[in-house]
Write a protein that binds this ligand. Structure first.
Ligand code: SAH
Length: 499
């Protein structure tokens, strides 16, 4: 039986949101037991069941109103629970929230998604483009925790899934952290504390402690204010009327309650509460981290599974493909040049009217660039625009011997490279050209690789290093196939570093 106290109720979910994504997001807040997903015609919501009760209010504080696919999530404790009560009390003490930032518009040349296939998908990149600078702050938040008392994290128990994904660098100690709501408990009626200031005989001032009194803030200017208030009080101390001089509430708490937390932890809490206005940005930075982790995970998957498995993966979850491609686009921005440019130049120099196959085309940029001059057919696992035909390039919807040129530009992913090249050969005319551009570091031995391609029925006509990073190979189709599965047709995966 699940403990309702450990449940979070999440609503206002975008159509694009999945239970997996919610789990990935909430697992950042604390160990998740399960996610119950309801997609009813009138109502779409998720129930996240945490393993511990403390995670609930923490998740509410961190994730309520966070934008997921442009839609602010509503994250609340389950109705009718003690957590909900606490939340309600806390909410009453809160100033109005800062509106979450409106996501910037999609990038120029961004996704164009055909209504018929992917009318649900909007670019997700828009989240974070403007908020990357706040990673530092998230870093601070990540370190909340009591290492000594942390329960074993499920990853330590053998589940490596999330770590592999690299969704975020999780610190296993994070699950036990000071509940941010506790810092406000002074405001609950039962815990309302008063600070009594005695001013000679009958002078009594009762001051409720302010919402953030639990945290001692560094406010050097307060000393001056205090001295002046003291002087003022001395002057008026002979008056019979009570004088309401509110001493800093922070002092009151510091004196009455000595924190048992270490100086480092106090410092972190101080920072956290001193900058509440950064919360939304921190959330954005956290999401950005999640996405880049997901990209790296998907990228690794593509290099370690067959094309047909990758096709199945993305057919079931096209959303993942968008995550992959926005991550890929982010990476390519950092490259000084792209081999695609070379392919475009080369094709532009050819006599018009050639039938070109762009295999693993991504956004079909090649087709956009030279489509007016040549007949370009663009294939990829998911059609992100109407130029692309979705398929596994090991099974192309193209007749035998009809293409002049087949191009693999950074697309020889997967474990079945021989199948891709055999399929390209099937579609090529006699003397048709096969072009391969790849990251140089993927090759252990280029000679062996080229020899293996040749055994599939090609002659090597050109081999060159395009830049420090990329190599390019050109082959011509011949009539003779020496081997269907030649030795040496393997490339190392191209993995991206965690930033
Ligand atoms: N050629 C493009 C994209 C390179 S990214 C460019 O240079 O910008 C590699 C692409 O290959 C990805 O879009 C990936 O989905 C695609 N790909 C990998 N394996 C594939 C397969 N089996 N069938 C079709 N596309 C594949």
């Amino acid at each position: 039986m699940d403990d309702p106290e450990a449940m979070c109720y999440i609503s206002n979910l975008s159509d694009k949101c999945t239970a997996d994504l919610i789990e990935e997001l909430f697992v950042q807040m604390g160990p998740v037991k399960k996610v119950v997903w309801k997609d009813e015609a009138s109502h779409r919501y998720a129930l996240v069941v945490f393993k511990d009760v403390e995670s609930v209010l923490f998740a509410v504080e961190a994730l309520d109103e966070i934008r997921l696919f442009g839609q602010p999530l509503s994250v609340k404790p389950k109705n009718g629970t003690a957590q909900y009560e606490k939340y309600e009390q806390w909410k009453r003490t809160q100033p109005a929230r800062i509106a979450p930032p409106v996501p910037p518009p999609p990038p120029q040349g961004g996704w164009v998604v055909p209504q018929s296939r992917h009318d649900n998908h909007q670019p997700r990149r828009s989240y974070d483009d403007n908020h990357g600078g706040h990673r530092q702050n998230w870093g601070q938040r990540q370190s909340w925790g009591h290492p000594q008392s942390a329960p074993p994290h499920r990853h330590q128990q053998g589940n490596e899934r999330m770590r592999d994904r690299g969704a975020t660098q999780r610190n296993d100690d994070r699950w036990k952290r000071p509940n941010p709501f506790n810092n406000h408990r002074q405001n609950t009626p039962s815990a309302m504390k008063v600070d009594v200031v005695k001013k000679k005989k009958a002078l009594k001032v009762v001051v409720p402690i302010s919402a953030d009194a639990g945290v001692k803030k560094k406010r050097p200017w307060r000393n001056k204010a205090r001295r002046e208030a003291k002087k003022e009080a001395k002057k008026t101390s002979t008056d019979t009327e009570p004088v309401k001089t509110a001493p800093p509430a922070t002092d009151a708490v510091a004196k009455t309650k000595k924190s048992r937390k270490g100086p480092k932890k106090r410092e972190k809490l101080k920072k956290l509460h001193a900058q509440p206005e950064q919360t939304v940005e921190e959330k954005d930075a956290a999401l950005k981290k999640l996405e880049s982790g997901r990209f790296r995970y998907l990228n690794e998957q593509l290099y370690t599974m067959s094309g047909s498995d990758a096709y199945e993966l993305f057919s079931k979850d096209p959303e993942a493909f968008y995550v992959y491609h926005s991550g890929y686009a982010e990476q390519t921005k950092k490259w000084p040049n792209h081999p695609l440019k070379y392919m475009i130049q080369w094709l532009s120099s050819k006599t018009p009217g050639l039938v070109v196959l762009d295999l693993g085309c991504g956004e079909a940029k090649l087709g956009s660039a030279v489509g007016a001059k040549h007949e370009v057919h663009s294939f990829d696992l998911v059609a992100v625009n109407d130029k692309v035909t979705a398929c596994d390039m090991a099974k192309l919807p193209i007749e035998d011997g009809t293409a002049d040129i087949a191009i693999f530009c950074l697309s020889l992913m997967g474990t079945n490279l021989a199948e891709y090249i055999r399929e390209a050969r099937r579609c090529l005319k006699e003397n048709g050209i096969l072009k391969i551009a790849e990251v140089s570091s993927r090759f252990t031995n280029t000679k062996l690789f080229c020899g293996a391609v040749c055994k599939l029925g090609f002659d090597l006509t050109e081999k060159k290093r395009l830049t420090d990073y990329f190599s390019m190979f050109e082959f011509v189709k011949t009539g003779k196939v020496e081997s269907k599965k030649p030795f040496g047709l393997k490339l190392k995966p191209c993995l991206y570093k965690k930033r």
